[in-house]
Design a protein around this ligand. Structure first.
Ligand SMILES: Cc1cc2nc3c(=O)[nH]c(=O)nc-3n(C[C@H](O)[C@H](O)[C@H](O)COP(=O)(O)OP(=O)(O)OC[C@H]3O[C@@H](n4cnc5c(N)ncnc54)[C@H](O)[C@@H]3O)c2cc1C
Ligand SMILES: *[C@@H]1O[C@H](CO)[C@@H](O)[C@H](O)[C@H]1NC(C)=O
Length: 553
């Protein structure tokens, strides 16, 4: 009999999970609190309580070729970056194409997930749901938690003395939808993540002045890169990742800093990352307009706020901004799992206790997976899909996890080392995209074997190694292979350029794609050859030294 899996939430992660259950012949039942799929990406004008809400102007920050389901490329005419409606359309197409909708029970909230009495034998869960006031209880063989982490606003008011005296308007970014109503105001935005950047830029067009306060600073990158190609497609490549792994971290950081500061000098713009602030590399936001807004004086960068008075804010550097009308906290979210019982509940909110960010370490049966609780330097969507592919295979017993005693022991040791300051807590950092994806893929057995691919299909291997690491790469070999993957990889640039070709000038003398390929390949090829040369010369020196040592008496 097929195992029954409860999927909680029908956002991006939930859809990934339903699809992967079906691929593994598991029997999914998805419970979604709202009346539609898409979670965060389902735009609504009204703000109902307890729903994930975002601002109207939100545009994806990872391009379509890097942020799609690995066996379902975007239509070629879709823009590379898109608004919520368009992205939601894609999710809807995906759900319809794989016939996922019939597994979803809408307007159904999961209120409790507890271990079944014989959990230690069966690994089963009791799941209680609520629909229109009526409770329902069912037993499932496994649970996939896909509730997102943008539900509970993190509003750290206690760390802002005087905020209770402040007379103006205070809100969290979750309540911010449109710039109307903020015209002519003096606005202070606190927190510089993707949302903080977006909100500051949008408001600056109509506000009297926008101040953007950041404690740590951040690197800012645009959606497009050299030549106007989508940023992720240019930098997220195996050849670079491979090279990076070989370089010492100081050299790596130096190269990265140089690269970032070449676009604009972060220090001059008041964006540079605070000296001595660890985890330097992981602070990164996508914003095309912020540097220009700063350059035009429409957004003023500030340090963190030390204190509020009735109408003004005093900053760490001693400066004061008076007559502030509005304070918007873009301080992110806290995640929680209200339907779980202790100790699982608190354990799941500590990322060190989630094995590969998915499986809670303390479960003797690996039948509960958290999908989508990741920060990645790349697409969350693709990340959730691989997580779900792995988790469903673990449920089926096709992939094995280390025993829970070992996972717990490892996590506790790590936690103690962090407490004693021996190692830095990296669990809140954005994970490296290729390393994380490859790690999961290796567990499933679907990590592309590049050397083998070079022997079998050099053209494809070339695109896989030197080209952008698109999700289709994880459908080339191993379980879950997709016939269309090869073609999807070889045509990824066509789909990228197609929506731009709305004014084709006929008499161009040579095919544009050729020069493009030359441009995009030369840098990586050069880099890798240099590195190999450097490595071999290094080996040679070593060999020479050894030889001399031998010869000399
Ligand atoms: C402002 C903002 C911008 C972003 N931009 C991008 C981007 O450009 N590109 C990108 O890849 N990612 C982006 N992200 C990341 C985003 O998290 C992912 O794209 C993705 O939406 C995560 O999906 P999810 O399914 O995990 O969570 P959600 O989209 O939050 O979905 C969770 C679902 O679970 C349901 N639910 C919750 N609790 C229950 C319960 N107890 N019972 C039943 N149902 C429940 C909710 O109703 C919801 O539908 C952005 C995030 C934010 C906040
Ligand atoms: C997104 O763009 C489409 C047109 O491509 C438009 O119809 C839609 O209203 C936009 N959605 C939002 C939320 O702005």
């Amino acid at each position: 009999m097929a195992k029954r899996v409860a999927v909680i939430g029908a956002g991006v992660s939930g859809l990934s999970s339903i699809k992967c259950c079906l691929d593994e012949d598991l029997e999914p039942t998805c419970f979604e609190r709202s009346n539609d799929i898409g979670g965060l990406w389902k735009f609504t004008e009204t703000s109902e309580d307890g729903m994930t809400r975002v601002y109207r102007s939100l545009v994806t920050n990872v391009c379509k070729e890097m942020s799609c389901y690995s066996d379902f490329p975007f239509p070629e005419d879709y823009p590379n970056f898109m608004n919520q409606t368009k992205f939601w359309d894609y999710l809807q197409d995906f759900a319809e194409h794989f016939d996922l909708l019939k597994y979803i029970q809408f307007k159904t909230t999961v209120s409790s997930v507890t271990k079944h009495p014989d959990f230690s034998v069966s690994g089963q869960w009791d799941v209680v749901t609520e629909k229109e006031g009526k409770q329902n209880r069912a037993v499932f063989d496994a649970v996939m938690v896909c509730t997102g982490h943008f539900l509970n606003p993190h509003l750290p008011l206690e760390s802002f003395p005087g905020i209770d005296k402040f007379k103006g308007q205070i809100l969290h970014s979750q309540e911010y939808k449109i710039p109307e109503g903020f015209q002519g105001k003096r606005i202070l935005v606190i927190g510089l993540g993707n949302t903080g950047g977006d909100v500051a830029v949008e408001l600056s067009r109509t506000a009297a002045q926008v101040f953007l306060s950041t404690r740590t600073g951040t690197w800012v990158i645009g959606r497009s890169s050299n030549g106007g190609y989508p940023y992720n497609m240019m930098v997220t490549r195996r050849c670079y990742s491979f090279t990076e792994q070989m370089l010492p971290s100081c050299v790596r950081n130096w190269i990265q800093e140089r690269h970032m500061n070449k676009i604009f000098n972060h220090e001059n713009y008041g964006l540079s990352i605070k000296k001595g602030y660890l985890r330097k590399k992981s602070k990164l936001i996508v914003n095309d307009e912020l540097p220009t807004c700063i350059l035009c004086g429409m957004v003023t960068m500030k340090t963190s706020v030390k204190e509020f008075t009735e109408t003004s804010a005093l900053f760490e550097d001693g400066t004061i901004e008076k007559n502030i009308d509005v304070v918007i906290f873009t301080t992110g979210y806290t995640f929680s799992f209200p339907f779980l019982e202790e100790p699982l509940k608190s354990l799941c909110s500590k990322k060190i206790f989630l094995y590969k960010q998915v499986f809670p370490s303390n479960l003797e049966k690996a039948t509960l997976a958290i999908i989508g609780l990741i920060s990645l330097k790349g697409s969350i969507l693709s990340g959730t899909e691989l997580q779900a592919r792995w988790a469903t295979r673990v449920f089926k017993g096709l992939c094995k996890l280390p025993p829970s005693q070992k996972l717990m022991a490892d996590a506790i040791t790590k936690e103690q080392l962090i407490k004693r300051g021996r190692i830095t807590d990296t669990s809140k950092d954005k994970l490296d995209y290729i390393l994380y994806m490859d790690d999961l893929a290796a567990c499933i057995g679907t990590k592309p074997n590049v050397p083998l691919l070079f022997l079998k299909d050099p053209r494809l291997a070339w695109a896989v190694f030197f080209g952008p690491c698109t999700p289709y790469q994880y459908r080339l070999m191993g379980p879950g292979t997709w016939d269309g993957a090869r073609n999807a990889i070889l045509t990824q640039w066509d789909r990228t350029l197609k929506p731009l070709k709305t004014r084709v000038v006929l008499d161009s003398s040579k095919p544009a794609s050729m020069s493009h390929y030359v441009k995009t390949w030369t840098a990586p090829v050069l880099l890798v050859s240099l590195l190999l040369l450097w490595k071999s010369s290094f080996c040679f020196k070593l060999f020479w030294k050894k030889l001399q040592d031998r010869i000399s008496p």
